[in-house]
Design a protein around this ligand. Sequence first.
Ligand code: AP5
Ligand code: MG
Length: 215
Amino acid sequence: VLGKQGAGKGTQCVRLSRHYVIPHISTGDLFRTAAAAQTPYGKLVEHYIAEGELVPDDVVIGVVAERLAEDDTIRKGFVLDGFPRTLAQAEGLAELLAPDDLDLVLDLEIPKEVALARLSERRVCVSCGTNYSLSRPPKFDWTCDICGGEVVQREDDSEEAIRRRLMLYEEETAPLVAWYEERGKLAVIDGLGEPDEVQARMVAAIDAAIRSRHQ
Ligand code: AP5
Ligand code: MG
């Protein structure tokens, strides 16, 4: 799933992974977990994340390669959230998957002002990563509805880091939309509206792609 910061990639990919019962692979989540555990590679990536910079391609591709080699993704398939986001990563992914390929790439589209508004309101659970926002808070006192963890603002949701991430999106990630379109893989999804509505659009696009493959 492609899309600007704040497009709802995380929100929607978690739901897709439940709907199709497949693993959800988010490079951002993998990096945040490693940074919190202060593993050697967690220490390497944490300053890139805090400043809204992209983690170097070779590190990202290495992490995804390891995850894709695990048994569950091989058996069930997967939904990728926030990867690839450079041309080098898209090419690296194609090599990893060959002779197979991605089934479909969904591009979640929202205007930049909506992205900014959503990110400045976002709050996340430190334990399980569930998303909330100032307008959709957890039921009880910033405690996660699902796991009881503390719900806080993400460190890279500062105004400066948000601006940098959105600029890098335009420079590095937006060109992937045309790249996947040329390869006949792209479905553009309107990311505005209630999360349930957006999810229904995504499921419809995926199911249509599955049907046309079996015809
Ligand atoms: P990552 O965690 O991927 O962050 P990101 O790209 O900045 O994207 P976001 O998580 O901010 O946006 P989202 O689209 O998931 O939106 P969400 O669902 O939360 O990456 C973090 C960092 O890791 C990067 O900056 C980089 O340093 C590094 N990194 C990760 N992958 C990398 C890679 N491949 N290469 C290099 N570096 C990499 O929604 C946002 C808010 O909106 C939430 O509050 C949500 O509740 C709300 N919302 C969602 N949908 C709706 C809706 N329909 N209506 C109203 N509100 C909504
Ligand atoms: Mg996300």
